[in-house]
Design a protein around this ligand. Structure first.
Ligand code: FAD
Length: 473
């Protein structure tokens, strides 16, 4: 086990108090905390139950990939998702450009099928999807592999005995449904199931436990042919509006109060039809995706910000004069919450140096160290003042993710997939993007599927077999 560096860790018993303090005071210094051991097996209350080999909780890019790859290994697989659609943030929060490059035949196979809505020649690094049908495309992958999908099933509690996760209870319209499984994969993004099982996790940056802000991403219509699309921070410095850069116009709007105080970057992306764009600009700071009052505030404040931003664009961006909101997301987007501690722990340096591992299950992952400022507008790094220099994210080198980042350190039978795997705040800001999460999910599903079909623990599965499926198929 390497790099198992401990920062702020807690389990669900300590979490509530810590986060209340962190978000009320906006800063907190916390020492390492005692960690959990797991929970006793409780008698399952009467009610419906299912039995399966592999249970995947959460149907985002990581969960759908995990379920598909598990089923492809011949394991009986159930995916349970709390909402009525698969796709995670891309569908529920309208996160439309798929980002991150990774060496994964599975991701390539999926992207070929789901992307190509319309290719933007200015952004060859992005894959565009149709959020109206992504959920159905993902369902096809799972069904074709022989897996089962349960929607409207919200993971509520986990049953653990002898340190092994045995079952997860779901809240459904018919009451509590229990799913017993030999392997459980937590792909909830928030690490809900791992926390319910008593696994240790970390939250936020080291110095104050703050997480990246939430955002309402929305779509607009009514743009004329003149409309330009401004991507990230660097793009905004190159793109001109008259004699000024897109960034200068936005920052003046921020300074003069035409934009919300924390909105210093307005990103727009081309969409499937002419005259449409996807907007990533709203920003709600000091909120936790695990707190019901914070989520409520973020939903309402974020949607109000969206209207203010559209008004600003109508006034300031040529081609946007008749812009209107054509689609609001179902839920606010949560960038960061629990990072569950695994047998290994990925850190920023691993990304910056492009570290490779013998036991890698994700290879060639590339994106940015993309930390949206937890305590203000723009990027967290290179932020020189309230309205000056929004900074730009650093680029990582193609890096690997070792298998130990997906295996829960404290609870047997539990794997993590997607943004809740074991890594630091900085490292997660890169691997949290859609395509890398999908590759992580494919790895977790392959490992779990092989483990149950070979009647082994995940740690006893020959990693070369896993790699063969992931990288050579
Ligand atoms: C505002 C915003 C903008 C972003 N921009 C981009 C971008 O432009 N490009 C990009 O590639 N990435 C972007 N990202 C990051 C990316 O969208 C996510 O990090 C990625 O979707 C994470 O994948 P995941 O499968 O781990 O989690 P998610 O996509 O969050 O999926 C988790 C799934 O689990 C379900 N779930 C959660 N809890 C439970 C439970 N208790 N029981 C059952 N089901 C549960 C959820 O409903 C969801 O379907 C953005 C994220 C946000 C929030």
């Amino acid at each position: 086990m390497t790099n198992n560096k401990k920062t702020f860790s807690c389990n669900r018993r300590t979490w509530l108090g810590v986060m209340t303090a962190a978000f009320a005071g906006h800063s907190l210094s916390v020492q390492g905390q005692a960690e959990s051991t797991g929970k006793e097996l409780k008698a399952s209350s009467a009610g419906r139950f299912f039995e399966t080999d592999v249970l995947v909780c959460g149907g985002g890019p990581a969960g759908f990939a995990a379920a598909t790859m598990s089923a492809r290994q011949g394991a009986k697989t159930i995916l349970a998702e709390r909402y009525g659609r698969l796709g995670g943030m891309a569908v529920h929060a309208r996160v439309i450009p798929l980002m991150g490059r990774v060496h994964s035949p599975f991701v390539t196979e999926v992207i070929k099928k789901v992307a190509g809505v319309r290719f933007d020649p200015n952004r060859p690094d992005l894959d565009f999807i149709d959020p109206e049908k992504l959920d159905l495309q993902y369902a096809d992958f799972i069904y074709e592999a022989g897996g089962t999908i349960l929607l409207h099933a919200w993971a509520l509690d986990a049953e653990v005995s002898d340190n092994q996760i045995r079952a997860v209870k779901f809240l459904t319209k018919e009451g509590i449904v229990t799913i017993f499984a030999k392997q459980v994969i937590d792909a909830t993004g928030d690490g809900d199931v791992a926390a319910q099982a008593g696994a240790a996790f970390e939250i936020g940056r080291k110095k104050d436990a703050l997480v990246q802000p939430m955002s309402i991403m929305f779509s607009i219509g009514g743009l004329s042919r003149q409309a330009q699309f401004g991507g990230g921070e660097e793009d905004a410095r190159r793109r001109m509006i008259g004699n000024e850069t897109w960034e200068t116009v936005v920052m003046r709007g921020q300074k003069q109060g035409e934009l919300p105080p924390n909105v210093g970057v307005v990103r727009t992306y081309r969409m499937k039809r002419d005259g449409e764009a996807s907007v990533n600009a709203t920003q709600i700071n000091y909120v936790s995706g695990l707190n019901v009052e914070d989520l409520t505030r973020a939903e309402i404040e974020g949607r109000k910000q969206a209207y203010q931003i559209v008004e600003f664009m109508r006034k300031n961006f040529p081609g946007y004069e008749n812009a209107y909101i054509s689609n609001m997301p179902a839920v606010v987007g949560v960038r960061e919450s629990r990072r569950v501690l695994g047998k290994q722990f990925l850190v920023r340096k691993d990304l910056e140096t492009g570290r490779c591992w013998e036991n890698s299950v994700v290879r060639g992952a590339t994106f940015l160290i993309d930390i949206h400022n937890p305590a203000g507008s723009g990027q967290a790094e290179g932020h020189a003042g309230k309205f000056v220099n929004q900074g730009a994210p650093a680029r990582d080198k193609p890096y690997d993710i070792p298998v130990g980042c997906l295996i829960a350190r404290d609870i047997d039978g539990l794997l993590m997939a997607g943004r809740c795997i074991s890594g630091s705040h900085e490292a997660s800001s890169s691997y949290r993007v859609h395509n890398i999460c999908m590759a992580i999910g494919a790895a977790a599903g392959t490992l779990a599927g092989l483990a149950v079909t070979q009647r082994k623990k995940v740690v006893d599965v020959d990693i070369r077999q896993v790699q063969k499926v992931l990288f050579e198929s």
